[in-house]
Design a protein around this ligand. Structure first.
Ligand code: FAD
Length: 310
């Protein structure tokens, strides 16, 4: 199928992109990797009058390891982040999850930030951002503004005037299925994934009908140990368990115990109880709930093992 007609914009600076987004408001959509937007256009499930292609904004590319985490620019492709050794060292859950996102062809083009803004409850990266307590940086026209960190943005400020940025925490960013806090006129310029605390481990487990398909259910887990190697905190974030990533703190269920005697099964039941999966053509809600319990226990055990070995 063919997309409905639209005006195509190819800005050469963030400022120029923000001008178009400000002028067109809800009529405009940002085009990043196009791996979600183009199918939606072709199926006529979206019909923006204006597409703002950000692929020439090379200053928004890049994966930066900061002292307290990993900042991923809006043009960094899944594959680039997956391959980045510094990013994997600073935040191993990124690579663990990205290997499960679609196929290499899609990962070569799709962007991490695009996946977050797209806010599909079946996607891996929103769950990762939620579990880690990360954030998304949004820019819009307006002033006086706080320039976002990064040389590209600074150059844009010099070249095209000021704009305002805000960092939205993951807990407030995902507002519903395919809905995020990125509003009309806003461009997501980067996302920040905090580093892990000492003596911690992460894991991502999911079940998909075929490798690379969207998961029927998935669970990201984070376990932190204290100096005596007892659990001090444990949490999971679930995929396809409700309209937005489901974050469940299971520290209480695990108990302040060494991983070998932790209450993993009780933790998994607590996650299952909180899940609100839906029926669709791929799986029933009941089957998804069952998977979420099984995956939660496995992911928590794997994360604890990684924390012990770390
Ligand atoms: P686009 O398609 O360009 O945009 C998606 C949406 O986000 C649009 O609404 C767009 O306007 C908005 N947007 C993008 N970037 C910005 C920005 N910087 N600022 C503001 N708005 C922005 N994803 C998974 O998570 N797991 C999977 O298993 C999976 N399987 C897939 C299988 C196939 C066959 C395909 C085609 C895609 C699959 N995807 C999967 C989706 C893929 O990960 C996409 O790359 C991702 O969802 C969106 O990234 P994108 O850069 O392609 O965004």
């Amino acid at each position: 199928m063919k997309p409905p007609p639209f005006d195509y914009h190819a800005p050469r600076s963030v400022a120029e992109a923000l001008d178009v987004l400000a002028a067109e408001g809800e009529r405009a959509k940002v085009l990043a990797g196009g791996q979600s937007l183009i199918p939606l256009l072709n199926m006529r499930l979206a019909a923006p009058g204006h597409l703002v292609d950000i692929n020439r904004l090379t200053g928004l590319a890049g994966v930066e390891v900061e002292p307290d985490g990993v900042r991923i620019g809006a043009l960094a492709r899944h594959a680039e982040v997956e391959r980045s050794e510094p990013a994997a060292a600073a935040q191993p859950l990124l690579r663990q999850a990205l290997g499960l996102v679609a196929h290499p062809v899609v990962r070569n083009r799709g962007t991490v930030v695009g996946s977050l803004v797209h806010a599909d409850p079946a996607a891996e990266l929103p769950a990762v951002l939620t579990l880690l307590g990360g954030s998304v940086r949004l820019a819009r026209r307006g002033g006086p503004g706080t320039p976002a960190a990064g040389s590209s943005t600074a150059q844009d400020v010099a070249a095209g005037g000021s704009f305002v940025v805000r960092d939205v925490a993951a807990g407030e960013f995902f507002t519903g299925p395919l809905e995020s806090a990125a509003g009309p006129g806003e461009l997501a310029v980067s996302a920040f994934f905090p580093a892990l605390p000492p003596r911690s481990g992460t894991a991502f487990r999911e079940v998909a009908r075929r490798h690379g398909d969207y998961a029927l259910a998935g669970v990201a887990a984070l376990v932190v140990l204290d100096d005596d190697l007892r659990i001090t905190s444990a949490a999971v974030a679930c995929v396809s368990a409700g309209p937005v990533p489901l974050l469940v703190d299971v520290t209480g269920e695990c108990g302040h115990r060494p991983p070998a005697s932790a209450g993993w099964a009780g933790a998994a039941r607590a996650v299952q109880d909180r899940a609100e999966p839906e029926d669709d053509i791929h799986a029933t809600a009941g089957y998804r709930r069952h998977l979420i319990g099984v995956l939660a226990e496995r992911a928590l055990r794997d994360a604890a093992r990684e924390a012990l070995n770390g």
